[in-house]
Design a protein around this ligand. Structure first.
Ligand code: HEM
Ligand code: FPP
Length: 299
């Protein structure tokens, strides 16, 4: 069927999932699960894993849906995001707002009811940090938007940890620091690739405000910061040799791509570095987990 000029396709159930940025949330849940595992020498209880991940996942999905609501006009201005359910105007804003609220309330309530208050409030703080502070204010205000906003995105491993223990400590904060340091190379690599779109939409991302060369250097420097931070679990005795070997291999590849970005000779490097950054963060949390159980089996 051909659509007229002012008609648009109707929304589908699939769009409700799209609003939740499911692939981002799945990676966050992997980080949360590793946080849970590292918090205990035995296995975390099945109830903690199921209710904890469901609560954190619903809250993160709800936060992502709020992001779609707040950013709907901005998303419509960029090719990468223009086909989103709200940006393309195939879904009513009020429906997305209801969905975001439902998921967020259900997620926080589940954590309060089945997990613990600390995890529920920290999750709520992350939700507000991303959906409101980052999306509605920082994103439009400063090129440091993703550095500050990164705190919210980095929270899942800590949320997993507190779901098991009910308290904070240096280890969960270190896990947060890893994702926090990784966020600038992760995002700025993509932002270099999408610089013109951000410029046209008037979003003050770093490559727009400070130029591509400066951003390439920042990817390289934050890359080194990430490398340094990923060595800390070994340095403080939280993880062992399996982790150290694994993370060194990952860091080698990570810095290869960040170096390619920094040099600026290969125009395909920023997008490749962005995609590798996702495999990298999964890899770092994967080897943390592997090392944890390898250490336990060896005892
Ligand atoms: C403020 C912090 C962050 C910013 C600004 C950011 C930005 C972005 C952007 C713009 C994309 C492209 C989305 C697209 O596919 O169109 C993306 C993709 C992605 N991000 Fe991030 N990100 C952040 C934090 C995180 C965190 C903490 C994780 C997980 C631990 C993560 C995991 C992913 C994944 C898995 C994708 C790929 C999604 C896909 O396959 O479509 N991001 N990120
Ligand atoms: C409760 C909790 C753990 C909350 C975290 C929520 C969450 C899903 C964070 C995602 C981070 C992300 C993809 C930011 C990009 O937003 P953007 O608007 O800059 O990117 P876009 O242009 O692709 O929408």
């Amino acid at each position: 069927m051909q659509l007229g000029l002012h008609e648009s396709a109707a929304w589908t159930w699939q769009d409700l999932l799209t609003l939740c940025k499911p692939r981002v949330v799945v990676v966050m849940l992997v980080c949360a699960l590793v946080g849970m595992a590292l918090a205990t020498p035995s296995l975390p209880s099945l109830a903690t894993v199921v209710f904890g991940l469901a609560g954190i996942g619903m809250a993160a999905g709800g936060a992502a849906a709020f992001n779609h609501v707040v950013d709907r006009r901005l998303d419509a201005m960029m090719l990468r995001t223009s086909q989103r359910p709200l940006a393309s105007q195939r879904m009513p804003t009020v429906l997305a707002l209801g969905w975001a609220s439902l998921l967020s309330i259900a997620g926080i309530a589940l954590l309060l009811w089945q997990i613990n208050a600390l995890t529920a409030w920290l999750t709520l703080a992350s939700l507000i940090g991303y959906a409101l502070i980052y999306t509605a204010f920082l994103k439009r205000a400063t090129p440091q938007n993703i550095v500050i906003g990164g705190v919210a995105g980095a929270a899942p491993p800590m949320l997993g940890w507190t779901a098991v223990t009910g308290q904070l400590g240096p280890e969960p904060l270190l896990l947060v620091l890893i994702v926090f340091a990784w966020t600038p190379p992760h995002f700025w690599a993509l932002a270099i690739h999408k610089r013109d779109e951000y410029a046209r939409a008037g979003v003050p991302m770093l490559p727009v405000t400070h130029g591509e060369a400066f951003t390439r250097l920042q990817v390289w420097l934050y890359g080194w910061l990430t490398v340094a931070v990923t060595l800390l679990p070994f340095v403080i005795g939280m993880s062992g040799a399996v982790y150290l070997l694994g993370v060194m291999a990952l860091n080698l590849r990570f810095m290869y791509w960040n170096w390619k970005v920094w040099r600026g000779a290969d125009s395909k490097a920023p997008l490749a570095a962005f995609w590798f950054s996702i495999r990298y963060i999964l890899g770092v949390f994967g080897v943390l987990l592997l090392d944890h159980y390898a250490g336990l089996w060896a005892m």
